[in-house]
Design a protein around this ligand. Sequence first.
Ligand SMILES: [Zn+2]
Length: 305
Amino acid sequence: MARPIPFACPKCHNILSEAQASFACTACGKGYPSIDGIPSFVGEDAFYEGKWLEPDFSAGSPRNWLVKKERFFLSGLRGRKGSVLDLGCGGGWKLFADVGVAVGVDVSLSSLRNARRLYSQVAQAKLSELPFEDGSFDFVVSSDVLGHVSLEGKGTVLREIYRVLKRGGRTLNYVETDGDDPIMRFAKGYPELYSKHIVEPEGHIGLERAAEVVSRFAGAGLRPVRVEFCYKGLTYAGRFVQYFDNEYKGKSAPVRGLVAICKLATAAKPIELAANLGMSLLIELGDVVFPESWAGGIAVCFEKP
Ligand SMILES: [Zn+2]
């Protein structure tokens, strides 16, 4: 049976011939296994395997509207139809699957097993070598992924996004960035702690300033459609606890106090919900009044001309 989006050799981009449990490239002779029905173009990644597993079945929920980065995807894709490639898909997101034929790529096989419940096709592949032909997709999306790509590797990933997009196709990405707000400046004042508690646990090895993300997409030959600087110096209580409920508390009394408040706010689900609701409103306000350089994330929509 023909696949809606055929898999192609990640090295030479020729369509692969598919057998029982393997794929072969008739052009360059390379072969790729299929593991439990999942085409595998890259070996296991010890860091990411099993890290982001949960499928997200939301597609227009109140939370999607409230959480700024989710609202960006919701408003950017609402009413649109076409093929979607989700880069670093984890367990998958129904919001993306609803757009049309959805394909997820990730390095974590266990995440892909879950993503299969939402997406038509999944593949274990690197973002720098996508297993698809040129011009395969109407949309290429990523959420909280490009901050995990090293600074040296980003150019290749951007070129791949451009390559697999159709002309007139759009790429929507929420990218984690290096915010220059007072709290992150404090955090970076202790490079070892910053690395240990903020960068390493999540693999945020490729954070750069939000403005640099915009330049990268433009530099890849893409045309800006929408750019939103987000989370300027403010974040949710749970995230603050995750980052600072550690040796950082011994470095600053105000941070110690904020951690205590945030821990109270996350002590019980209903309280956390109320706190996050309040925080969402503060984030909206902060994003209006604070400078762009403070942004801890950026939502970008670009089009391939
Ligand atoms: Zn090949």
